[in-house]
Design a protein around this ligand. Structure first.
Ligand SMILES: Nc1ncnc2c1ncn2[C@@H]1O[C@H](COP(=O)(O)OP(=O)(O)OP(=O)(O)O)[C@@H](O)[C@H]1O
Length: 250
């Protein structure tokens, strides 16, 4: 479980996050949703420690991460897998080398053990016979799967995904969502996903927080989001024609 407690964050005197508190559950797909520019990425980066918060606490399974010295934070970082916007694969490395990268950096496994792990992870995301291809030689959906394989290479306890569906067609986006969901369940990972994709919300939103202008305005799950009373959330949820029509039939 990851807890965010009364977090404030500003850049150069401009406040971006206002007293945000939330709990992200173990073994669940936890979603941070909201419009562009309202602070989702800043919140995610604050949780991972890429931004230092002004006040409040970030707690990983009862350990106060935000108040640890860097050397101790490193131990928690080793348990984190990250899936960045885009796929952020290294263009000059093959698929296999990309997935092996965190193992080379952070593990003392032998070459053979690393190869086994790489193949296991690629197999887990249903990729075969692509080990020696470069990212530019595979599709966007496959690149995303490679990025997921890389994110799980070190067997993470925590998985962070920033807009995992960006740039994907709806069908491929569903495949990626399902994969993240399955992996979360299979390994009991605390997964946090930033998204403004309502399809993802309805598919894998086990726990959802809605961020508006840097404040948490609502929390719930995919079953109650369509019935929520929060006006700003409704503006977000029913922005598309499809969801407007769903609302008319509720
Ligand atoms: N390093 C930074 N320095 C200064 N301002 C920043 C920095 N990072 C983000 N911001 C500002 O914080 C605000 C929130 O940005 P953020 O990237 O968190 O939005 P978001 O909700 O993730 O949007 P999107 O869905 O488009 O990624 C924006 O006004 C942005 O300009």
């Amino acid at each position: 479980m990851i807890e965010v407690k009364n977090v404030n964050k500003s850049f150069h005197g401009k406040q971006i996050l206002f007293d945000v508190s939330a709990t992200f559950e173990t073994g669940q797909t936890n979603l941070i949703i909201g419009q562009s520019g309202h602070g989702k990425t800043v919140l995610l980066k604050s949780i991972v420690g890429l931004h230092q918060i002004d006040s409040g606490q970030i707690v990983y399974d009862d350990e106060v991460f935000s108040e640890m010295p860097f050397s101790e934070q490193k131990l928690i970082r080793k348990k984190i897998g990250m899936l960045f916007q885009g796929s952020a694969l290294f263009d000059s490395l093959t698929v296999e080398e990309n997935v092996r990268f965190p193992l080379d950096m952070f593990s003392d496994k032998s070459l053979e053990e690393k190869s086994d792990r790489v193949n296991f992870c690629l197999n887990r995301v249903n990729l075969e016979n692509v080990n020696h291809l470069y990212p530019s030689e595979i599709s966007g959906g496959m690149q995303k799967r490679v990025a997921i394989a890389r994110a799980i290479a070190l067997n993470p306890q925590y998985l962070f995904c920033d807009e995992p569906n960006s740039g994907l067609d709806p069908k491929t986006a569903i495949v990626i969502d399902e994969l993240i969901y399955e992996i979360t369940k299979e390994y009991g990972i605390t997964t946090i996903i930033n998204t403004h994709d309502m399809n993802s919300v309805m598919a894998i939103g086990e726990k959802i927080i809605y961020i508006y202008q840097g404040r948490k305005l609502w929390e719930g799950n995919k079953n109650d989001i369509l019935l929520a009373k929060e006006e700003k959330l409704n503006d977000f949820v029913f922005a598309s024609e499809l969801f407007k029509r769903i609302k008319e039939n509720l």
